[in-house]
Ligand binder design. Structure first.
Ligand code: GLN
Ligand code: ZN
Length: 757
């Protein structure tokens, strides 16, 4: 007989009403004290634990809570603080926030995507730091859960190999010795947790889903042997997620008590069929998708569990979500506006835990005890599948017409850029911004009033226009060359399009953490996607009517819209991506017809969507290139297509950047501290490019000298005729004053450089 128990790998931090975000931001604005911040977040943390207890979860994670990011927490517990912050008190929460957000003296640490998700972690800087155990945070949270709620929680740690792999500030040749230097600290953390009574300890090693080298596998063996030998009484769950474990047969031999495998995004059924699963270990099976919001087909999930059981015949199997629920919204119970057919098909974090519990009940006591739940889940899925959302014949036909032909612009870059130069008459080193301008509390507040019906459509539109006008004037006064309308009408670059395209639905409260306190509300893709009419033309035409300078049209690209939406599992992703491409093509042409001659199609999510397994990259690249080109290739040669991407490690995707065939690309660089520039040196890139010249993720105003140094550095590699000057990313999270000051310095720096070249 197999006994099944339930587990959760991590729970959303933000709270049902984003209380966490609100508390953090109030603290940053000095509206509440540190004491008040800690009281409020503790209340929230305990409420989250209690909820999981009430939802019948056997292994409740502790230590998954964070004041910003769990990788940053790990760094702080080990005294890993960037050198430029070393003089500050390493126990102070303000130092912690300074590393994450930057302060007056020093730039923030780099931030980058957590594997292939839209969650961003803070990159630890190891530069010659001798790690030491500053604080066993997991232990404090473990004790708190036990004392306050009587929960014997499952502490969650970022594993040593993943931690060092995600860090920077060392040479590849030092990798092993650095991992080794952390081991005594992990030993101590584990020992203290085991001594305090922790039954299970989850160590996350998501790097196991990436293509590891032989020496990295050997290192993992060494690390886990060492931990097992030094702390034999710690029961470790070695947790993996997001992909098939690459060296399955060797990983399952690691000396740990349990191994967590993702059966949703990884092909682990095949793995256990082929290689089996060791009798002396417990399998923690990730059964419910932790990366999307759709209700599971419980019948097939139960069948999967039974199949796993029949292969491994274990005494105990842990049933859990495929990964931390950090990546999904908290609960669907607050949604009241969305179509019933869709609502019934949804499952957010809390509902997923109910699904886990249901499956555990069914697996332990027999299918009949969960008969109702099985029927409900089946009906919900079938009703959605039969709904009009899934019956859009026309889009299918339009796509079929493109067939498999290569989609490309009429003229090659070298020819069309000449036409564009004549038409656009831009100066050397043209200046621009990435699109959004500050979404002040006034902008957000007015939108909320409009949503609540407190002001009417006309009043809202007047407000958006007045804001646009104000900023067109500011941009003119600053002497920026290519202006933007500011995106004031948009909450979010993907949600905005989700509200306007057919095939999408949006939630009211479906927030997920993106970085720090910043949350996004990904739209849902329910069925076939199509264009329902102009989405952005009115605002851009209005902005253009106010100035003689060029105003860029601003769209979000197909890859990003797809990656930042919750796509229903039954839909073919690449087909949907092409459908989005088609819809955007219509928008692009509508903009062109309205006289817009520079159009930016943002693809910040292109990099993060890369599969963890490199073998899957070519297919991903081809699909991305094709969808992007479907949306952009049919413009006139004189229309200049821009694109924008965020974050580092572009060497990996250089080829696809080139293949997109955009005339101008702007890329985030400051936060990767210039490492990107080399990429463009080794590959000679002929199109135009703007490498962000200052970091917008921090409220700090960069000086003229600093910006100029960034430009000079880029120009050592990139031809001055190809270069654009712009900030790193959109400015919507910034305040007005700091934005104007920073842009003023940027323009001044541009002027100085123009004089020197
Ligand atoms: N145009 C968008 C903006 O400025 C781009 C945002 C992004 O790259 N994430 O907000
Ligand atoms: Zn960006």
């Amino acid at each position: 007989m197999t006994t099944y128990i339930s587990s959760s790998l991590g729970y959303p931090r933000i709270g049902e009403d984003r209380e966490w975000k609100k508390a953090l931001e109030s603290y940053w604005r000095n509206e509440i004290t540190e004491e008040e911040l800690k009281t409020e977040t503790k209340r929230l943390r305990l409420a989250n634990l209690k909820k999981q207890q009430e939802l019948n979860i056997d292994l409740i994670p502790v230590g998954d809570f964070s004041f910003y990011d769990h990788v940053l927490d790990t760094a702080f517990s080990f005294g890993v603080i960037p050198n430029r912050f070393q003089h500050l008190d390493d126990q102070s929460i303000d130092t912690y926030f300074a590393v994450a957000r930057g302060n007056k003296e020093a730039v923030a640490a780099e931030m980058t995507k957590w594997f292939n998700t839209n969650y961003h972690y803070i990159v630890p800087e190891l530069n010659d730091i001798k790690p030491r155990l500053v604080e066993n945070r997991a232990l404090s949270y473990y004790k708190e859960a036990k004392e306050e709620l009587g929960i014997n929680g499952k502490p969650v740690l970022v594993g040593p190999v993943t931690f060092v792999k995600l860090s920077k500030g060392y040479e590849q040749s030092q990798f092993e010795s650095i991992v080794e230097s952390f081991l005594p600290l992990y030993v101590q953390v584990l020992q203290e947790l085991a001594d305090a009574g922790a039954d299970w300890i989850q160590i996350d090693e998501p790097v196991l889903g990436t293509n590891l080298s032989e020496s990295e596998i050997a290192l993992l063996q060494y690390v886990y042997q060492k931990l097992a030998a030094e702390v034999p009484n710690a029961k470790i769950i070695l947790q993996t997620y997001f992909e098939t474990v690459q060296q399955y047969d060797r990983v399952i031999q690691l000396p740990v008590a349990a191994i967590g495998l993702d059966f949703v995004h990884g092909n682990h059924l095949e793995a256990i069929q082929k290689w089996g699963f060791p009798k002396d270990k417990i399998l923690a099976a990730g059964i419910i998708n932790g990366r999307n919001v759709w209700r599971s087909d419980l019948d097939s999930k139960l069948a999967l569990i039974n199949e796993i059981q029949s292969i491994i015949e274990a005494e105990t199997i842990i049933i859990q979500p495929s990964c931390s629920l950090l990546h999904v919204p908290v609960t669907k119970k607050t949604e009241s506006q969305i179509d019933r057919v869709i609502l019934d098909g949804l499952s957010f974090a809390d509902e997923k835990l109910v699904e886990i519990d249901t499956l555990v009940q069914g697996a332990n006591k027999g299918k009949s005890v969960i008969e109702n739940e099985l029927n409900e889940s089946k009906n919900a899925r079938e009703t959605l599948a039969a709904s009009p959302y899934r019956q859009n014949r026309q889009v299918a036909e339009e796509l079929a017409q493109i067939g498999h032909d290569e989609v490309k612009r009429a003229l090659a870059f070298a020819d069309r850029i000449k036409i564009q130069q004549e038409e656009l008459k831009l100066p050397l080193l043209p200046t621009t911004t990435i699109g959004s301008l500050p979404q002040t509390s006034e902008v957000k507040g007015t939108r909320t009033k409009w949503r609540k019906g407190e002001i009417n459509d006309q009043e809202y539109q007047n407000f958006i226009e007045s804001e646009t006008k104000k900023w067109i004037e500011i941009q003119e006064e600053l002497e920026i060359d290519v202006l933007v309308h500011g995106e004031f009408e948009r909450t979010d670059m993907v949600e905005f399009f989700g509200e306007k395209l057919d095939g999408f639905a949006v939630t009211e409260f479906g927030w997920v953490q993106s970085y720090g306190s910043r949350c996004v509300k990904p739209p849902l893709i329910v069925g076939d996607v199509s264009w329902a009419g102009p989405m952005t033309v009115k605002e851009i035409v209005y902005a253009q009517s106010l100035t003689d300078k060029h105003v860029k049209g601003m769209l979000t690209g197909p890859v990003t819209i797809l990656n930042w939406s919750f796509v229903h599992e039954e839909l073919p992703r690449f087909t949907i991506q092409d459908q989005i491409g088609l819809a955007l093509e219509k928008e692009v042409l509508a903009l062109e017809t309205a006289g817009v001659n520079i159009i930016q199609v943002d693809e910040p999510a292109l990099r993060e969507g890369l599969p963890l397994d490199r073998l899957k990259w070519p297919a991903y690249f081809d699909a991305a290139t094709r969808s992007f080109r479907i949306s952009t290739a049919s413009v006139k040669p004189s229309t200049q297509i821009h694109t924008h991407m965020c974050y580092s490690e572009f060497s990996e995707i250089f080829e696809v950047i080139d293949a997109l065939d955009a005339d101008v690309i702007s890329i985030e660089t400051s936060r990767s501290h210039g490492e990107l520039i080399d990429t463009f040196e080794v590959n000679d890139y002929d199109k135009e490019i703007g490498l962000g010249v200052y970091d917008i993720h921090s409220p700090r105003v960069p000086s003229v000298e600093e910006i100029k140094a960034n430009i000079d550095r880029a120009l050592r590699t990139i031809d001055v005729k190809q270069f654009w000057i712009n900030p790193d990313c959109g400015l919507k999270t910034r305040g007005k004053e700091e934005t104007v000051a920073a842009l003023r310095n940027m323009i001044e720096a541009a002027k100085q450089v123009r004089e020197e070249v």
